[in-house]
Design a protein around this ligand. Structure first.
Ligand code: URA
Length: 202
């Protein structure tokens, strides 16, 4: 049994319920649950990440782990209230591999991203944001196509196949991976600058 978004989705809740039984790719087998997007249906800004991490998989909510805390700090720095944005992921199941007792994040493959895209499209259709922020390469390529390079076009307002403008930027996890304080601070500052560009569109 697999689930697909309804043709004319009425609400995020309806989509969340439908997506809970999605088996559109193999990721449901090893994940705890579908982690659907969250936020107000009339949000003017939508943020799209890659996929839920370990904490998100367990709690069933997007961006509630370390990357989520960093994201919240950056939103704060950009003067954006997290409660006013809709937050979701390109892929809605956690892809991981076991390393000892830990579950290590694995990047979703192109087929998994493709299989999940109808859910993202349906979220965009219901929420109708004014701007979509694409966090990292997976989200950016899921929406803009495989040739898109965040490094070349980050922080610009671009037309998207959704008919809604997008701003692509880094993924908050990349800031967490910075090895020294100076580069972490610089990365955070540039992330906040990109979020401010997006906020101007709302
Ligand atoms: N990273 C993501 O891309 N999404 C989450 O929900 C958490 C971490």
């Amino acid at each position: 049994m697999t689930a697909e978004p309804p043709e004319k989705p009425r609400s995020v809740e309806q989509l969340r319920e439908a997506a809970a039984s999605c088996q559109g790719c193999d990721l449901w087998l090893e994940a705890t649950q579908t982690v659907f997007g969250e936020g107000r249906e009339n949000s003017k800004m939508m943020l799209v990440g890659e996929q839920p991490g370990d904490q998100e998989d367990l709690q069933g909510k997007p961006f509630v782990g370390p990357a989520g805390r960093l994201l919240e700090k950056a939103l704060d720095g950009a003067g954006i209230d997290r409660r006013r944005v809709y937050v979701t992921n390109a892929v809605k199941h956690f892809r991981w591999t076991r390393r000892g007792k830990r579950r290590l994040h694995e990047k979703p493959n192109a087929g998994q991203v493709r299989a999940c895209r109808p859910w993202l499209e349906a979220e965009v259709e219901v929420v109708k944001p004014r701007i979509i922020v694409l966090l990292g390469a997976t989200a950016a390529q899921a929406v803009m196509g495989p040739a898109f390079r965040v490094s070349k076009q980050r922080g610009e307002v671009l037309a998207s196949p959704f008919g809604i403008p997008v701003v692509a930027t880094m993924h908050p996890s990349s800031i967490l991976r910075a090895t020294d304080e100076e580069s972490r601070d610089a990365a955070l500052a540039s992330f906040i600058a990109d979020l401010k560009v997006a906020a101007k569109q709302t």
